[in-house]
Design a protein around this ligand. Structure first.
Ligand SMILES: Nc1ncnc2c1ncn2[C@@H]1O[C@H](COP(=O)(O)OP(=O)(O)OP(=O)(O)O)[C@@H](O)[C@H]1O
Ligand SMILES: [Mg+2]
Length: 165
């Protein structure tokens, strides 16, 4: 497991289940206001990772790609919401600017697929992940903490995945 620097770590997934399990570990650590950006080509595994994240966070709803809306909202017993924004079909930044991200972030974490399309409207502090197709069931994932909160989050993720920081 190469640790590139203190703010980055790589994970190699060998199956969709393994990607979901990693997502569950990450999702369990998420708090309101957290932003997680998932960059990667079609089929890289972004939504699969989000499925695990929402489950780990406690969502009871099934996760699917937002199709009719830009943002899916998942709920769990008790309080909080989990927001899943797919920017794939965003054509202009003006469309994205209509979304009140601050309002979402007051109520829960936000995960963004295709974040590079809407980068100017995203907060500077975030966990940014790059997902890459390696072969049929292999995916490489690189997570980078951008901001202090995300260094803590990434430390927590490494600890829960590998038992070390
Ligand atoms: N190790 C793996 N991790 C994640 N998905 C995998 C893996 N191996 C195979 N797959 C498959 O690759 C596909 C990933 O699809 P997914 O919808 O998660 O991608 P995506 O990045 O969200 O794509 P899109 O840009 O279309 O939204 C799924 O069919 C999944 O079963
Ligand atoms: Mg997707």
């Amino acid at each position: 497991m190469p640790i590139l620097d203190a703010n980055t770590f790589e994970f190699f997934s060998r199956s969709p289940e393994q990607t979901r399990r990693l997502g569950m570990r990450l999702g369990a650590l998420l708090q309101p206001g957290d932003v997680v950006c998932l960059q990667g080509n079609l089929g890289a595994g972004k939504t699969t990772l989000v499925q695990g994240m929402a489950q780990g966070w406690g969502a009871l709803d099934a996760v699917s790609s937002p199709t009719f809306v830009l943002v899916n909202v998942y709920r769990r017993p008790g309080t909080g919401q989990f927001f899943h924004f797919d920017a794939y079909r965003i054509d202009t930044l003006a469309e994205a600017e209509e979304l009140d991200l601050d309002e979402y972030l007051a109520h829960g974490p936000l995960v963004v697929e295709w974040p590079e399309r809407v980068e100017p409207i995203l907060p500077a502090g975030r966990l940014w992940a790059w997902l890459e197709y390696e072969s049929e069931e292999h995916r490489a994932m690189r997570f980078q903490a951008q901001g202090r909160r995300y260094e803590t989050l990434l430390d927590g993720l490494q600890q829960t995945v590998y038992g070390v920081v």
